[in-house]
Design a protein around this ligand. Structure first.
Ligand SMILES: Cc1cc2nc3c(=O)[nH]c(=O)nc-3n(C[C@H](O)[C@H](O)[C@H](O)COP(=O)(O)O)c2cc1C
Length: 242
């Protein structure tokens, strides 16, 4: 059983690599064969009519794999172009029911950690990959995320033993619309970041005030007043940001 981990960052020693490496360590710990792919090592170009496919060596590895981990850095609230070009051109063959999960790392302000996940999961949806829960990561939840990457890597290796193809589009849409984070927008994301900051920010003197704003935002959202909630969600985030 082979699990492939994609590092979509051009920085081979960056945060994406750390997370993907930890996820693969989890898969390996329960007996999977693992392989890391650094996209920057391959000649990956944008999809064109003349050049619609990723390098064949890369396609072959991907077709052989029983499970996928795709890790991408967040650039402007989305996955970076290198990862997207790879997704646009890779030829997976029949991937129906193979398991996979995505990791996004928004290493600056944290914004985009959740929004970017969708680009990887839309690809999984189109390729009928049975996606596990995603792992959206910022500087603020990084250490916790490393642990989670390992757990998800193990889970992926377990799932890879029994491939479960989707039988219909209906089943696939239902499956993907129930995946955590898929229905989150910018407001939910800034609240999630505020939550992460409540746990990890060194600016503890502002914590109580931030909790008040955070709770107010949550309450407004539960009442359907999303527009008003933005004010308080942003206040909580900005107070604790470091
Ligand atoms: C062009 C560009 C845009 C970026 N946009 C964002 C962003 O929207 N949100 C964020 O939190 N970080 C952003 N960053 C920071 C990267 O997410 C951060 O450097 C991350 O650690 C990159 O992953 P790596 O360490 O694996 O290279 C951006 C970086 C670049 C180069």
């Amino acid at each position: 059983m082979l699990v492939v981990g994609i590092v979509g960052s051009p920085r081979k020693n960056g945060l994406t690599n750390k997370l993907v490496t930890e996820a693969l360590a989890g898969a390996q710990s329960i007996g999977a064969k693992v392989r890391t792919i650094y996209l920057i090592d391959y000649d990956i170009r944008p999809w064109t009519l003349e050049n619609p496919k990723a390098p064949e060596e890369l396609n072959e590895i991907m077709r052989e794999a029983d499970g996928y981990i795709i890790g991408a850095p967040v650039y402007y609230l989305d996955i970076n172009g290198l990862t997207k070009d790879f997704l646009d051109t890779v030829d997976l063959g029949d991937s129906n029911g193979k398991p996979g999960f995505g990791i996004t790392i928004a290493g600056g302000t944290g914004k985009g950690l959740v929004l970017a996940i969708k680009s990887i999961y839309y690809f999984f949806f189109c390729k009928s990959i049975r996606a596990l829960e995603p792992l959206p990561v910022s500087r603020f939840n990084f250490n916790k995320a490393l642990k989670r990457a390992n757990e998800l890597g193990r889970k992926l290796a377990e799932e890879a033993r029994k491939r479960r193809p989707f039988k219909s589009l209906e089943e696939r849409i239902r499956y993907f619309s129930n995946i955590k984070y898929m229905n989150m927008d910018m407001v939910d994301e800034i609240l999630l970041l505020a939550e992460q900051l409540l746990e990890s920010s060194p600016k503890q003197e502002y914590k109580e005030e931030a909790i008040t704003y955070y709770k107010r935002a949550k309450e407004l959202i539960s009442r359907g007043e999303r527009d008003k909630a933005i004010t308080y969600a942003v206040k909580a985030y900005e107070l604790l940001y470091y």
